[in-house]
Design a protein around this ligand. Sequence first.
Ligand code: MG
Length: 247
Amino acid sequence: MIILKTDRELAIMAKAGQIARECLLRLGAMISPGVKTFELDRAAEEFIRSKGALPTFKGLYGFPATICTSKNEVVVHGVPGDTVLEEGDIISLDVGATFQGFVGDTAATFPVGKVSPDALKLIDVTRESLNRGIAQAVAGSHIGDVGHAIEGYVKEHGFSVVKDYAGHGVGRSMHESPTVPNYGKPGMGPLLRKGLVIAIEPMVNAGGSEVITFPDMSVVTRDGSWSAHFEHTVAITEEGPVCLTMV
Ligand code: MG
């Protein structure tokens, strides 16, 4: 069932989104060689709670932490721990904050120090593919339009989108209908209507699209190639797409 949000609910979701985004940007500023992923997680939980919000991911499906920290070949759902960030790595951070019962969900991939041109290109293409997807998130379009725009842009640059995981509706629950795949056919899939809120989140691999999921929930590329991930929570409105995870 697709749950449309009222304007009042959207205003709360914008606050949740803002907290999640501000958290993400603060973590991004902490990233440098030598930092351990659990340190980012601790800072995230402190920040989110200081804003009167709750860490959405903690305990959800048994996930043990506030954020996901996914380095290099880890696509999503990396578990924070003793993993050390090293010069040349890329690190994807995914943040969820629940404020007054509503969820904001956002992610980005950051370079650690100086990274290779290939890694930078992967980050840039993934970020732009999200922008292309968001541009399609207008009332009267379909979920397939969003995925089609994302995959088309990614393929153009020689990379591949992950198909086993997808974006999602978001609201009082982190995962609501509809599923928002990062591929699709124009005009196909659920209709986008005013009040629908979706998390659009391209996961882009430098190599093949296949992934492996480990028992701790972390997802890695099957071929070991690196992967990037960007995500915004986006509302469909009469005035076009409104990104709720903006500061
Ligand atoms: Mg998400």
